[in-house]
Each structure stands twice: as structure tokens, then as C-alpha cells.
Write a protein that binds this ligand. Sequence first.
Ligand code: SIN
Length: 273
Amino acid sequence: MSITVTPITGALGAEIGGVNVAEDLDDGTVAAIRQALLDHGVIFFRDQTLDVESHKAFTRRFGELFVHPNFQFGQENPEMVYVRREPGDAKVVGGDWHADTTMMATPPMAAILYAMEVPAVGGDTLFANQYLAYEALSDGMKRLLAPLRAVHNDSRVAGPQAGLNAQRASQIREDDAWRKTESIHPVVRSHPETGRKHLFVNRVYVHNFEGMTVAESQPLLDYLYAHAVRPEFTCRFRWRPGSIAFWDNRCVLHLAVHDNHDDARHMRRTQIA
Ligand code: SIN
């Protein structure tokens, strides 16, 4: 197969053409897709037809399937996360800027989100390039951040105290047996494949800097959250049924825009360990 890679903004994101991802892809095509992901942070495919098995098979070409600890309800395919919005939902999965599942000691490297049903208007997804966010900081700020580590946990997005299930169709573990998962990650990380430095904080999972209180941490975190998603670091993807977004979860933040309250939006997601 001969693939085409067409950037959609100057910051990140590229549309990939010439590939049917449900087919048994040759190694050269898989390597070209992986390179496009590394080069552009998030890549998009159009007009694809993926059932559960072909979604898993495509994902496995890039690594092990990750099983999300908070979306487990004894379902047949534990590797699948169904991201659903129904008319009238007050909240959506991923409605704030974040990287996925960063409370894990080793967060997933990427996610592959497939659109099954999308509204005629709205429900786009935004992405933000965290290499650019880091590189735009002053030398003084880079020096300040270099030794800092941040405490990430999932208490805002799962567990009984999160209270999200009453507000949206997508359900998450809120049972009394749920326990938070917490990990500490450097605020600035080097990407394991590209070697480039990027910011690694997000407002969904981070609570404070290691060794500092929440109150002490918040002003600098708020600055970083706003800086990280400046428009010139972002792209916006407009979905159609059969579209795929495949993002590098190490160096890209994303946000599901909750701007259509009348129509259903049904997506299926895998993550790569
Ligand atoms: C997510 O955060 O993975 C969901 C993104 C989306 O539904 O657009």
C-alpha cells in the first residue's frame, strides 16, 4: 500500500490516505503509519469500517492492547471503551483537556478512537501538541520545571465521589470497592521514541507537584494548563461516521467538545500499552 500523509494544521495532526486499516497491513505500511504518528502527534483516517475484532487487530500492530481499569463491568471485550453521548447528557467522556489514564505508572502510549455514530454538527475533538508547548516556554520556566514531578490520580473521573454516571450515558466504575490509582510523573518528559522534550501535565489527573500542597501547586499548574493549549499548538478534528483518530498519548492532549446536546455520538476506543 502507498499511504499519503496530509498535515491539517501547522501545529499537529495529519490525515492519512490510501489505507484500509481493516486489512492485513504489511510491515512497511505499519511502519509508515507509526512514523506519521511520531511526526504529527495525531493522525486521522476517513471512511473506514472497523468491527470490534478488526479494531483490536489494527491496534495490536502498534503494541499490546491496554485494559482500562475504570471501564470494567465484566463486558465481553475488556479492551474496548465505549464513549457514548446520548441526547440530554450533561457531561461527556474527555470534556476537559487531558492525556488518557495518566494515573497509571506506565500510561498508555496511544489511543485509537473510531466513530460509529456522530452528529451532523458538533462533537469535534481538539488536540494540543505538548512538544510545542514545552519549546515555547522561557529558559527560566524550563529550568524551574526541570526537577518537578506531578502527582496524578483518577479521583476526579472515577469512584463514587466523582459522581459522573448520573450525568452521562458513558458509565465508569463508581462502586464502593473502587480505589484510586496514583502515580508520580516528571512534569517535563523526553519522548521514548523521538527523544524530544514535552510537557506532561493535565488538569484531569494532576493534583499537585510532589512535595508541595495543592494550594502551592495550583497557580503554576493553572499557568501550564492554559499555556499548553494555546491555539497555535492545537488542531480540531471534525468527525464523520467511519473516521478514526489515532493519537500519541505521550505528547498530545485532547478534549471532546460538548457542544451538541440533542444528538447521539457513539465512539469505540482502544488504547495501546
Ligand atoms: C477521550 O477522551 O478519549 C474521548 C475523546 C472524544 O470522544 O472525542
